[in-house]
Design a protein around this ligand. Structure first.
Ligand code: G6Q
Length: 540
């Protein structure tokens, strides 16, 4: 039986001894070839991790940590359909969704899942073609112009993020909206922007029972029926993405207009499943396929590359070095591309829901840090907001900088300026500015302490030639696998989310206290007081 103390941390201790010997600046001074040596390439991305507190010896020790955690066999177990999501007794096979090898077979409990995966993709493609070509008509005979995805969490964050990321590839005369919050404002403001006769609602929910999604879907259905004057209109304006056929039928959606997926697809890993239907409608089936190809290339790289050249493994190990070695609490992702503006929010769920766990695989409390607090904003906006703390604050915050060499929107020299900022930030964070350098610049002595930058702040830089469906898919897969590797090393289950389930149950309990005719309140005094105030203000 493994316990937290059974994790073999010795290689990390060794890594820390090496890592604290030299600053990043000293490491560069000692080896002029360093930049090239600490760079890897995969699936259209270059990762330069030379501006980290690592030497070859550090990396060797970190790789030993991964080997001691049986990472290689664990990777195989995931790709081959073992039930590695033990607490839910499920396989974890988002990699099957983008397995574009036409001959691939992926077995779950003796059944090859690939024919079903391909069939759903084909059905999505046909539907997409009919909406985009205008052969799919609404109830009154009009073409679809507005698409509203109703979903939350994993059934929302991926589609929203990807829709923004791949905007240059979208059909611009289709307008996309995403309703997630149970706050009626979200739905109301969306409905003000669409016309019922030209609107398609996609109800995206793995379980088809989530309070927020079902409440919004029911309200949208009532609105549509009222606007178009008949319940028959629902069939032409509502489709479902779900694993729950019975619930979809009970809602009133024709199951012919349902796009299925499977319990082995986790919500936050579901973008390349039918949950991506809104994205396929936006970018078309050909571009969607290119995105899957990008995912697949990164999957292949992750599964086959030796750890010392394996991009997700390297990112994961660096994260472990800073979390468990240096005690860094958070981790910042900074895309220098406006199209990736929602990528940090997407990663936040992927990482924090997956690895925000405090018991190990045997149910024992862990005595080490697990998933980091993940956050970020697109550059250069962040530079004018929170970078100050990263440069000169008291906390260590490792950062990933993400950039694309070509822009989709060349306007004068704006892109050069954007990229110059990215490169300059990583340089300043790594190398800082000494007191003597300040003095040489003529900084008055009393200001020197304030204008000195310690440097030695670790950053990764990820560069692609251009953000397109393929590089985008590869980028998402990169981070998915990074999260997986860290979960393996921390000996935790990355694919359940009991904290999310708790929220779903708790809210239902309080709801009856808000709506019932003044029931006795059995919460803690603070919660009772808040409910009382609410009831008083709204006159219950
Ligand atoms: C994701 C989580 C969670 C989930 C939502 C929506 O991994 O489980 O964010 O995606 O709660 O769930 P449904 O898709 O079932 O509505």
């Amino acid at each position: 039986m493994s316990t937290p103390s059974n994790i073999k941390w010795a290689p990390l201790d060794e890594a820390m001894v090496e890592s604290t010997k030299y600053t990043i600046k000293e490491l560069f001074a000692r080896d002029p070839e360093r930049a090239g040596k600490f760079t890897v390439e995969a699936a259209g991305w270059m990762l330069d991790y030379s501006k980290n507190r690592v030497s070859r010896a550090v990396m060797r020790n970190l790789i030993k940590l991964a080997e001691d955690a049986y990472l290689k066999p664990e990777i195989e177990r995931m790709f081959t359909g073992s039930k590695i999501n033990v607490t839910e007794s499920r396989a974890v096979l988002h990699t099957a969704l983008r397995n574009v090898d036409p001959k691939a077979k992926v077995m779950v409990e003796g059944k090859d899942v690939m024919p079903d995966v391909r069939a759903v993709l084909a059905k999505m493609g046909d539907f997409t073609d009919s909406v985009r070509k205008g052969t799919w008509k609404g109830y009154t005979g009009k073409k679809i112009k507005y698409i509203v995805n109703i979903g939350i969490g994993g059934s929302d964050l991926g589609p929203v993020m990807a829709n923004i990321a791949l905007t240059p590839y979208t059909k611009r005369n289709l307008k996309f909206h995403f309703v997630s919050n149970v706050d009626s404002t979200h739905l109301a403001e969306t409905l003000r922007q669409v016309k019922a006769a030209e609107t398609l609602f996609i109800v995206a929910s793995k379980t088809f029972t989530t309070q927020e999604t079902m409440s919004n879907a029911e309200a949208a259905r009532d609105w549509l029926v009222k606007e178009l004057g008949s319940a028959d209109a629902v069939a032409k304006h509502f489709v479902a993405v779900s694993t729950a056929e019975k619930e979809v039928a009970a809602f009133g959606i024709d199951t012919n207009n349902m796009f299925g997926f499977w319990d082995w697809v986790g919500g936050r890993y579901s973008l390349p499943s039918a949950i991506g239907l809104s994205l396929m409608l936006a970018i078309g089936r050909v571009n969607y396929k290119k995105m899957l190809k990008g995912y697949y290339k990164m999957d292949r790289h992750f599964r086959t590359a030796p750890f010392e050249k394996n991009m997700p493994v390297i990112l994961a190990l660096l994260g472990i070095l800073y979390s468990n070695g240096y005690g860094a609490e958070s981790y910042c992702v900074l895309p220098y591309d406006q199209y990736l503006s929602r990528f940090p929010a997407y990663l936040q769920q992927m990482d924090m829901e997956s690895n925000g766990k405090s018991v190990d695989k045997d149910g024992n409390p862990v005595d080490y840090a697990t998933g980091p607090i993940e956050w970020g904003e697109p550059g250069t906006n962040g530079q004018h907001a929170f970078y100050q703390l990263i440069h000169q604050g008291t906390r260590l915050i490792p950062c990933d900088f993400i950039g694309c060499c070509k822009t989709h929107n060349p306007i004068s020299d704006l892109h050069d300026k954007l990229m110059a900022n990215l490169f300059a930030q990583t340089e300043a964070l790594a190398f800082g500015k000494t007191a003597d350098e300040c003095r040489a610049e003529g900084v008055p002595e009393k200001l020197v302490p304030f204008k000195t930058f310690e440097g030695n702040k670790p950053t990764n830089t990820l560069l692609c030639d251009e953000l397109n469906p393929e590089t985008f898919g590869a980028l998402v897969a990169l981070y998915e696998h990074k999260v997986f590797v860290q979960g393996v090393i921390w000996n935790i289950y990355s694919y359940d989310q009991w904290g999310v389930q708790l929220g779903k149950v708790l809210a239902k309990g309080v709801l009856s206290d808000l709506t019932a005719a003044r029931p006795a309140l059995n919460h803690d005094p603070s919660t009772n007081q808040l409910i009382e105030r609410y009831r008083k203000v709204i006159g219950r």
